[in-house]
Design a protein around this ligand. Structure first.
Ligand code: ADP
Length: 646
């Protein structure tokens, strides 16, 4: 006997002992394997006519032996394939998924990864697989109880193909396995899960003929019509959902589907799905985007990338067209102009369906945008914005005023001619809502859009304006600053000097309760600088400290001595850094301490409150300054709280 690989054992356990999972799906899994094997043989038969046959799947039961057999005349397996395919299972994906999502029950995992063949052990005490491969003289039997291992022995099978023979478990108090021996039950399961399988699924069913005599006849249980070829009225309840979930190994029903039939230069039918969550590997390079392409119900290519643009890579589905030849190679297919025609038709269709959803079912659209908005935004920004106009009306942004998501169109409806679209950038909506510069906009009754994705500002720059309204970053120095008198000018110059080149200084009226905020002048915004930094750096924003001349702290600065002035400017500048999400400078803490000492009468009168004489002096730890030797005061300024004070 050969042992299962360790991974397989773990997974088997998970499958078999998962009480949540819908056991009945085992039949769907076996039928789906049979169908795949038939696809493979049919493909080979295109070039080797000796492999042609009347392809079908058969179900048969033996009530006395408690067996259910799923047979196919598909491609079959060699001895080595029996061992490799059924003895090992690539469970690594499952493991990492489990870790990532912290799921422990098998329910979701089975749906996600289709442990396929192994699901038979949910209902089986033993499983035997007898198979004969096309081109092989001998047949082999694989057999296992699904616990420790399996055995492979020579066997008899006249024709090419595979039988999967399931010996059902004994019925228990709550468990009824015998139901899988009943033809009505099996027939219902086939209808429910496997109706679209393109090969006939046949079974002997009992039939009562005239005179009450019972006889058996072979009937085909499935309609064999692919779901996308069915009329709406013929589709069973949830049939599309079931098809999606099984085909794409997703345990969640799709968020929406799009069905389209086009007759024109190229005729095609497409059935597309928008998942309710991105696939677990969507943001990795393992994710294969694309749609399957069929020619009159026969699969030509599993994932044809060309059929959906990159930014709609999350869309799944199938395209069926009679206009392509079955023998077309994958290479040629990707460059076929008919494929390009279908692709551009589908892109339009998808975007127009999104638009409809946005108008008719906002809640659902917001869900979609929540999951795939980043991808959609990428479409607006990619290719130097070539597609931006197709996409701009599908973008949603959080509105500061309305506390909900709005489109650009909705935003500009409230603007007067020439008024800009105000936006603010930040990591999260919470952080943006607390930016100092947003206060002025609020007081003036202006709305502000929150840009939380790095690409948002790039899109805005690409668009330049929406309906004639220019985009304006609240953290840019542009905007209406009040004219300043001589006194103000002097003060601003003094602040700028104290900042010694770190930032320019400008007055602003967009602040209310805050004395200062950080902005950028020129082409590079603070947000862009951050993005560039994350990508390796290079481009720097020209920083501007914007000053609220009406603020009491700023007014009071006029009377401050040089030391206090320098410390206050340090504190203000660092406050502005903090509000923008930057780290503070090392001299910040020392400056705070000195200002606090000034404000609070100190307990030790012997120590004169130290004040910085200049910006350089402000860098030194304060309290020890009067007593410490030169060597110790020169110690590196630290961003950690100073303990010198005790
Ligand atoms: P999956 O179908 O997801 O690959 P399974 O565990 O269901 O995983 O099957 C493992 C492999 O065993 C299949 O990929 C296929 O190569 C082979 N196999 C399973 N059932 C059959 C069958 N009826 N005929 C031929 N090969 C089969």
């Amino acid at each position: 006997m050969k042992e299962f690989k360790a991974q397989s054992k773990k997974l088997l356990d998970l499958v078999i002992n998962s009480i949540y999972v819908n056991r009945e799906i085992f039949l769907r899994e076996l039928i789906s394997n049979a169908s795949d094997a038939l696809d493979k043989r049919r493909f080979l038969s295109l070039t080797d006519s000796s492999l042609d046959a009347e392809f079908c799947i058969k179900l048969s039961v033996d009530k006395a032996a408690r067996t259910l057999t799923v047979s196919d005349n598909g491609v079959g397996m060699t001895e080595a394939e029996l061992e490799d395919n059924l003895g090992v299972i690539a469970a690594s994906g499952t493991e990492s998924f489990k870790k990532e999502h912290g799921k422990t029950d098998g329910d979701d995992l089975i749906g996600q990864f289709g442990v396929g063949f192994y699901s038979a052990f949910m209902v089986a005490e033993r499983v035997a697989v007898i198979s004969k491969k096309a081109g092989d003289a001998a047949a082999f039997k694989w057999e296992s109880d699904g616990v420790e291992g399996f055995e492979i022995t020579p066997a008899e099978r006249a024709e090419i193909g595979t039988d999967v023979i399931i010996t059902l478990k004994a019925d228990g108090d709550d468990e009824n396995y015998s139901e899988y021996l009943e033809s009505y039950r099996l027939s219902a399961l086939v209808k429910k899960y496997s109706d679209y399988i393109r090969y006939p699924i046949r079974m002997l069913t009992e039939k009562t003929i005239e005179g009450g005599v019972k006889t058996e006849e072979e009937t085909t249980l499935n309609s064999m019509t692919p779901v996308w070829k069915k009329q709406k009225s013929d589709l069973g309840e949830n049939e599309l959902d079931e098809f999606y979930m099984h085909t794409y190994r997703d345990y969640r029903a799709p968020l929406m589907h799009i069905m389209t039939r086009v007759e024109g230069a190229v005729d095609y039918t497409a059935l597309l799905f928008i998942p309710s969550e991105p696939a677990f590997d969507y943001y990795t390079k393992d994710y294969k985007r694309g749609l399957s392409i069929y020619c009159n119900g026969v699969l030509i290519m599993d994932t044809c990338e060309k059929l959906v643009p990159e930014y709609l890579g999350f869309v799944r589905g199938v395209v069926d067209t009679p206009d392509l030849s079955l023998n077309i190679s994958r290479e040629t297919l990707q460059h076929d102009r008919r494929i390009n025609a279908i692709a551009s038709g589908l892109e339009k269709k998808i975007l127009s369906e999104f638009d409809k959803l946005l108008k008719n079912d906002r809640e659902k659209y917001e869900k979609l945008f929540d999951k795939f908005g980043k991808a959609i935004k990428f479409g607006a920004y990619n290719n130097f914005g070539a597609d931006k106009d197709k996409i701009k009306d599908l973008l949603l942004y959080y509105s500061d005023k309305h506390k909900k998501l709005v489109t650009y169109k909705e935003y500009v409806q409230e603007l007067k001619d020439g008024e800009p679209i105000l936006y603010a950038c930040g990591e999260t909506a919470d952080k943006i809502s607390m930016l100092p510069q947003i206060e002025g906009a609020r007081e003036n009754g202006n709305d502000v859009l929150y840009f939380v994705d790095p690409v948002d500002e790039f899109i805005a720059r690409m668009l330049e304006d929406y309906d004639g309204h220019k985009f304006q970053n609240l953290a840019s120095s542009a905007g209406s600053a009040k004219p300043t008198g001589d006194g103000h000018k002097k003060l601003l110059e003094r602040i700028e000097k104290a900042l010694s080149g770190k930032a320019a200084v400008m007055p602003t009226d967009k602040l209310k309760s805050y004395p200062v905020c950080l902005a950028a002048k020129g082409d590079v915004s603070l947000e862009m600088e951050r993005i560039m930094d994350a990508m390796g750096g290079g481009v720097k924003a020209e920083r501007v400290l914007q000053v609220n001349l009406d603020h009491p702290i700023i007014k009071g600065l006029d009377n401050a001595d040089d030391g206090t002035f320098a410390d206050t400017v340090t504190v203000l500048y660092n406050e502005a850094l903090l509000a923008e999400g930057y780290k503070t400078e090392p001299e910040f803490l020392a400056a705070i301490n000195r200002l606090v000492e000034l404000a609070i009468p100190t307990a030790a009168p012997a120590k004169k409150p130290a004040t910085a004489k200049s910006a350089t002096a402000a860098k030194k730890p304060a309290a020890k300054k009067s007593t410490a030797k030169p060597g110790t005061t020169a110690k590196k300024p630290s961003a950690k709280p100073q303990s010198d004070e005790q």
